[in-house]
Ligand binder design. Structure first.
Ligand SMILES: [Zn+2]
Length: 356
């Protein structure tokens, strides 16, 4: 149980779990209320499991993709070019402008399970294909990977998509991968940030099936066991009052991240979808517009989260008022936002681990 580290007076909600019965401030009350809503807690539990899956997958995919890159590089005919070519991809289009890229494109497509469907060539820089394994890997991933330099920058959904799309991964049952990708999409598009208990139960079974498919990946069996503990845990937070001061106590130890850090990461991923929409087409799709409205409403009801995503909410308002494409180099709102999220998450994790 996480009672020993729940809520200090000074910390932001979820920054650490203080002594049992620490006083609750106003911002932390918001987190307490959310954690005592079963459907919201379900949403967070599933999201937490996806975050836990990320780490073992990253190491595994790095090793596999390095080997895959060597395999493809060995098949390229002709001398290695001394200079990088000028070929560039954009969106779902790539027309090679040099003989080396022609060969790489053929080889990448030959291993692509969706070669007749959408391929996000714009994720990668073809001029780096001969030297950077990750630029090749990104062709097998969903949109929005252009700035990612390694698997360590990618979330579980992007990594599972890579496994699903690249036939170098020999998997007995690819459907198990696709099921978790589908769950992740349902989770992310549940814009009221709630999922039912039957949904969570089915998710737990699918996650169990997925980890059973990857028992050869170091760390994944252990993480799978811990995920099941999280999914089955009650996770209730109790509030009580002594001498007019409100105290809180809840479960612990099985969590890598404090709940607030999980919330921040998941909501950051929701915003990323919106940023990508606007980058690609200058405005939100109808579906995402609806989601953005619900997110705004949700955040406005939760002051602590609203504060954490103030910059994003302001950006959203500006997009609604004046839709403008956000192409270009440098610190776009996406990059800036991602950097802020990473910094917040790292800080929260560091504080949490320090106190653990
Ligand atoms: Zn080229």
């Amino acid at each position: 149980m996480y009672g020993e580290r729940l809520y200090t007076r000074e910390a932001l909600p979820g920054n650490n779990w203080a002594s049992p019965g620490c006083e609750v401030n106003m911002a932390q009350s918001g987190l307490l209320a959310r954690l005592n809503c079963r459907e919201y807690k379900n949403w967070m539990k599933a999201g937490h499991c996806l975050l836990m899956l990320q780490c073992p997958l990253q190491g595994y995919i790095q090793r596999e993709m390095l080997a895959f890159h060597q395999l493809l590089a060995a098949r390229i005919r002709g001398p290695t070019p001394r200079r990088r070519c000028q070929c560039r991809a954009k969106g779902k289009e790539f027309q090679p402008g040099c003989p080396v890229c022609v060969q790489w494109k053929e080889l990448i497509l030959a291993h692509h399970n969706n070669r007749d469907g959408e391929i996000h060539w714009g994720n990668s820089n073809p001029s780096l294909w001969p030297t950077d394994y990750w630029e090749v890997a990104k062709v097998y991933m969903p949109r929005g990977q252009a700035q990612k330099r390694s698997p360590q920058n990618c979330d579980a959904a992007a990594l599972l998509n890579l496994i699903n799309t690249c036939d170098y991964f020999r998997i007995r049952n690819r459907l198990r991968v696709r099921e978790i990708i589908k769950c992740r999409n349902e989770l992310m598009h549940s814009s009221d940030m709630m999922v039912s208990s039957p949904w969570l139960e089915a998710f737990g079974q699918k996650m169990h099936d997925l980890t059973a498919e990857f028992t050869h990946v170091p760390g994944i069996v252990r993480e799978g066991e811990r995920m099941q503990e999280i999914l089955l845990s009650d996770w209730n937070v109790d509030k009580f009052e002594i001498d007019g001061i409100i105290y809180a106590q809840g479960p612990s130890d099985i969590f890598d991240l404090p709940p607030y850090a999980v919330e921040i990461r998941l909501i950051a991923q929701l915003f990323q979808e919106l940023y990508l929409d606007v980058e690609e087409q200058g405005s939100l799709t109808e579906e995402n517009e609806n989601q953005a409205s619900k997110m705004k409403k949700f955040l406005s009801q939760n002051e602590d989260l609203k504060f954490a995503f103030q910059v994003d909410l302001e950006w959203l308002e500006s997009v609604w008022k004046n839709p403008v494409p956000l192409h270009g180099e440098g610190w776009t709102p996406t990059l800036l936002s991602a950097a802020v999220f990473v910094a917040i998450s790292l800080a929260l994790t560091a504080i949490f681990l320090h106190l653990k």
